[in-house]
Write a protein that binds this ligand. Structure first.
Ligand code: GRF
Length: 221
């Protein structure tokens, strides 16, 4: 018997958190399926009901849950309920895909080193909201998007991949949003795939790909 051929019995479980249209969630699900990646999207959880992303997940046969933040008195109480819900799916990786809530230190510590996020800017530039408008206001020649690990500070954990794009003179918030979205759908599936294949890790200080520390900006496409 060749023990090298023995496959692990269980696939890594991914839980994806959304709040809206879920286009990144769909891109990840479609890419993992198309590339036959050994991973299971165990659940898509939204903090808002009736969002398009829930429909997109259901169309793909993915289990969905809604946990509304409106039913909780504090961020901490919501996050504890979210931890309990996620634990039902034995998540190896939490993917934030347009989940419009700041996560408490309790949540981040609980799932330490296994939460990925996508942010529409070239982090560390433009943490927070309204990134496209801020790029236009600053007259930047380039813009982009970053996949990064989550730590306890907002949009601050180590970068994994960035896609860079040129800002044209006639760009608007809408056109930048569209350009960025296209790149998001390319880079997020790549990062998720690396993680579930065991190639991408976060050691609490930096992101590592195949054991090598990634550059501060992450890999640039
Ligand atoms: C993306 O633009 C992402 O960068 C930001 O939220 C948006 C989510 O879009 N964090 P979608 O719900 O995946 O379509």
């Amino acid at each position: 018997m060749n023990f090298g051929d023995v496959k692990p019995e269980t696939k890594p479980n991914i839980v994806i958190l959304i709040s809206g249209s879920g286009s990144n969630m769909a891109a990840i699900a479609d890419a993992l399926k198309a590339e036959k990646v050994e991973a299971n999207i165990a659940a898509v959880i939204s903090n808002k009901d009736e969002v398009e992303g829930l429909q997109k997940a259901a169309e793909r046969g993915i289990h969905t849950e809604v946990l509304s933040h409106k039913n909780f008195a504090s961020r901490e109480a919501y996050d504890i309920a979210l931890i309990e819900l996620i634990n039902r799916f034995q998540a190896d990786l939490i993917v934030l895909a347009g989940f419009m809530r700041v996560l408490s230190p309790t949540f981040v510590q609980y799932f330490s080193n296994r939460i990925l996020n996508i942010h529409p800017s070239l982090l560390p530039k433009y943490t927070g909201l309204d990134t496209h408008q801020r790029v236009l206001d600053a007259g930047d020649a380039e813009h982009g998007v970053t996949v990064h690990f989550i730590n306890e500070q907002l949009d601050d954990g180590p970068n994994v991949i960035q896609a860079v794009l040129a800002v044209d003179q006639d760009d608007t918030v809408i056109s930048l949003q569209e350009k960025v979205r296209q790149q998001e759908h390319i880079i997020y599936p790549i990062a998720v795939k690396w993680f579930v294949e065991g190639r991408l890790k976060y050691n609490g200080k930096c992101a590592l790909l195949d054991g090598q520390e990634l550059p501060k900006n992450g890999l640039r496409l």
